[in-house]
Design a protein around this ligand. Sequence first.
Ligand code: ADP
Ligand code: MG
Length: 713
Amino acid sequence: MLTRLAAIPVREVRKVGDKRAEALATIDIVTVLDLITHYPRRYIDRTRQADVAGMRMGEESLVLARVDSVRSRRTRNGRALVELEVDDGTGALRVTFFNQAWRARQLPVGTEALFFGKLDSYRGKRQFTNPVVDLVGNRTGRIVPIYPTSEKTGIAGWEFGEWVEEALHRAGALYDPLPARWRDELELMDRTSAFGAIHAPESFAQQERARRRLAFDELLRLQLEVVMRRHVLERDSRGIRHSVVPAVGSPDLVDAFVGQLPFPLTAAQRRAVAEIGADLAKALPMHRLLQGDVGSGKTVVALCALLVAVQGGHQGALMAPTEVLAEQHFLGVRELLSDLVVPDPERLGGSRPLAVALLTNRTPAAERARLHEGLRAGSVDLVVGTHALLTDEVRFSSLGVVVIDEQHRFGVEQRNTLRAKGRDAADGEGADPDLLVMTATPIPRTAAMVFFGDLDVTELDELPAGRSPVRTEWARTPEDEQAAWSRVRDEVAAGHRAYVVCPLVEGSERVQATSATGERARLESTVLAGLRIGLLHGQLKAADKEGIMQRFRDGEIQVLVATTVIEVGVDVPEATVMVVQDADRFGIAQLHQLRGRVGRSDRVSWCYLFAEATSPEAAMRLEALERTNDGFELAEVDLELRGEGTILGTRQKGRSDLKLASLRRGDRPLVEAARRVAESLLAEDPSLDEAPHLADEVRLFVGEAEAAFLLKS
Ligand code: ADP
Ligand code: MG
């Protein structure tokens, strides 16, 4: 049982002495379970071993060589540099390590080691730069596992291998929580063999089968947790059955709203509204993620959900992460809803205009007090706001639907705080409001299953008609840049607007602001001389920010030089051109978000990504943006390039149980299989009473990871 191994200190393994145990503790290996789940980072095929003399430039090869000399020094910019001369009898090779000063201790003269790297040359000498190294020891297998960070601790790969072998041997046959019928159906190896083979594979095919099995276990634990948690939530909830179809004689607000929009809903929007409507009509509170590309029209869908609440006599709340966005939502919502009326209980058969309010930290005290009162009394139907909605003073008469925009900017707790305001209704008769969270950084559905497993997903996979896709160009040369600036001038001359996104500079908001200020001055006196240029950055007072946005909307400001504060949701349809400086320093998702600020009308728009020389990976990002406007496709590329580790910022850091599972394409079917198995197991045995070992395992792995995750987000 894995849980039992979690209780045995690694010191118990033969040959792990006190000193070794201490070293292991520095890389968080404390128990036998930690040891056997410390998986190799990669494997080297020793049959592909080469001679130094026979290696070819630019090719990856593996050589077994002896260290002849070692030299440590610092480069001019202070980086540690270790240079070795190694020899295998057929020839000599230089091996250079940057920022790995400890290599000098690991590889003293006379050491024999395997070096795996790509042959390059420096000043005419053949060399490996930062190769993978493994001390040979007495190991003989064809495939050599290389363990992460083991070298830093002075522990050689072969020692690791020995300990793991010993530990697995002592543990004997491991309990396999996966019923045999599922193992057969999914063609999964048994657990004991999988642990053996991941550490000491006989072939690469066997290693992959082992990885697949252990990855499946990780995903299954996570899905079990997610599904169980959902069941608990459902059991304890007190939801509202919203009347999606209003009672005879009452107005149909959603219909009225959609009817007076200046455009028809897209098919995707209609589908989303229907899906959400079905959730709202149920007794269980909705718990749904609305994913859609930038500009896909999520706000309108959200408003439909909020209006369902209002037409049943409840209230709605829309929370956004920044004041700029909340204010923009408020202006938009107020305008879109301006003709709607709701029944007025104060006047028999009478009605009043639907009341929408804005609450941010800027709301003046007197108005805020009035607003709090209105929310408590139920005279405010919809409130749009920032974190200011989360304060204790905000209480509702009857909160029916909560919408959270750009949800990745909020923590789970903040989400829950707002929802809890439904239970905590002013009249004491509270219920759990329905929840819709929105994101403009779409992620593949299977990734959503892992990271937002407790949410149902609706996708808006269609943009409103008449949008012309943004033409994106990577400006690599000064000539390209000149062309971009002249496009900016042309567009402004045609009455349109432009954004210039400032370089990302290291440091505080203030440093960023200073640099943006400098950039504006530079543009004003050079390439954009004569244009009316405004400046937007995070250090400005909120009132000034909104003033600037208003002047930009009105055209009084023609070019807005901005930091990434404009990334989130800013909507100025007249903007048709954007320049992003130092674009190679931004991630794919962020560039896509930024680009989404243009192309918001039927006019052709341009986006110029400035970047001269880049790393190959940055080049792939920029090329992907040039190639496609599809956020879902870009999310796939991002996942390919970076793996899930970074795709959601810090959100997933706590998901430490995902060591082997990868959301890159390969493991997607495994995610779905894990969800299927979890649902099936729990359908028969809702709290895993019949499978206590599995339940313990979930608690052990996911429990800790989740706790860390919740604390961080
Ligand atoms: P996002 O999904 O990025 O939040 P928004 O909700 O801000 O997108 O919508 C972007 C713009 O598209 C807004 O100006 C909105 O009024 C407009 N819009 C929304 N739905 C449609 C539609 N069906 N047809 C045309 N324009 C639409
Ligand atoms: Mg939006």
